[in-house]
Design a protein around this ligand. Structure first.
Ligand SMILES: [Zn+2]
Ligand SMILES: [Zn+2]
Length: 239
C-alpha cells in the first residue's frame, strides 16, 4: 500500500518535472519527449541472431575461438548491442550519472532484441545481477534491477530480486585487468531462497558483459542452488 502510494507520488512528481524541464535526449541533447531519441536508438549497433552461443560475441553463429578454451557456469549468453557509441554513452549516463530515466528506453531495447537470444518460451524466472548493499547505498539503485523491471513488464516474465544476493563487496571490475576480474568476484554471490530457484530456467540480466566473470560467478551460485539452466542476457557486449 505504502509502496503504491509512493509510486503514484513519484509519477506525479515526475509529471511536474517534465512540465518544468521537458525531456531531452540524454545522449545527443535533442529536445523532444524522449530521454533517448529515435535517431540515437537507430545508431545502436545491435548484435542480432548470429553470435557465439557461449559468450554472445558477434560471430558467425558458432562458438567463438576464445570460448573453445573457456568454460562458463551459464549455459548461454547474449547481448542486445555492442558496448560502444550511443549505447556506451547511454549506459554510462544511466549507471554513473544517475539518469535512472534511461531505464525505460534501455529496458525496451533489451526487450526488442530478446528474440535474438533464442530463448523465447525457455525462461521461468528473470533474476538481475545484484550489487552489494554498500554499492546500492552509494548509487541509490541497481541498474540491472531497473533494466529487468522494464524488460519483465514488456515480456510478462516473472522477476525475482530476492533470490540472489552479493554478500561480498568487490572493487569495480572496470578498473581491473582481465585476469584479476575472475578472482575479484569469486564466490561473491549467494542464493538465499533455494526453493525459488531449484529446477528453474533462469535468465540472468545485467547491463554489460565484459569478460563474463561476474555473470559466471552469479550463474555458479544459481546452479549450485539447483537452477536447471542459467542464461545470461545483457544490454551490451564489450568487444
Ligand atoms: Zn539523441
Ligand atoms: Zn564466445
Amino acid at each position: 500500500m505504502i509502496k503504491q502510494a509512493l509510486g503514484s507520488a513519484r509519477d506525479v512528481w515526475s509529471g511536474v518535472l517534465d512540465l518544468i524541464y521537458p525531456p531531452c535526449c540524454l545522449v545527443c541533447g535533442k529536445a523532444g519527449d524522449e530521454y533517448l531519441c529515435a535517431d540515437c536508438l537507430e545508431k545502436v549497433d545491435t548484435i542480432g541472431p548470429r553470435h557465439c552461443s557461449k559468450c554472445g560475441m558477434p560471430d558467425d553463429g558458432m562458438v567463438c575461438r576464445d570460448c573453445r578454451e573457456r568454460e562458463y557456469a551459464f549455459d548461454s549468453a547474449c547481448s542486445a548491442g555492442t558496448f560502444d557509441g550511443v549505447l556506451q554513452t547511454a549506459i554510462h549516463k544511466f549507471k554513473y550519472r544517475n539518469h535512472i530515466v534511461l531505464a525505460d528506453p534501455l529496458g525496451d531495447l533489451l526487450y526488442r532484441c530478446f528474440a535474438d537470444a533464442h530463448l523465447t518460451g525457455k525462461v521461468d524466472v528473470v533474476i538481475p545481477v545484484p550489487i552489494h548493499k554498500s554499492r546500492m547505498v552509494e548509487r541509490g539503485f541497481n541498474q540491472a534491477i531497473e533494466l529487468a523491471k522494464r524488460f519483465c513488464k514488456r515480456t510478462s516474465l516473472p522477476l525475482n530480486t530476492g533470490i540472489l544476493i552479493k554478500h561480498r563487496n568487490t572493487p569495480h571490475q572496470v578498473n581491473l585487468r582481465q585476469e584479476i576480474r575472475l578472482t575479484n568476484v569469486r564466490d561473491a554471490f549467494t542464493v538465499v531462497n533455494v526453493e525459488n530457484v531449484s529446477g528453474k530456467r533462469v535468465l540472468l540480466v545485467d547491463d554489460v558483459f565484459t569478460t563474463g566473470s561476474t555473470l559466471h560467478e552469479a550463474a555458479k551460485a544459481l546452479k549450485a542452488a539447483g537452477a536447471s539452466q542459467v542464461h545470461a542476457y545483457t544490454l551490451a557486449r564489450s568487444l
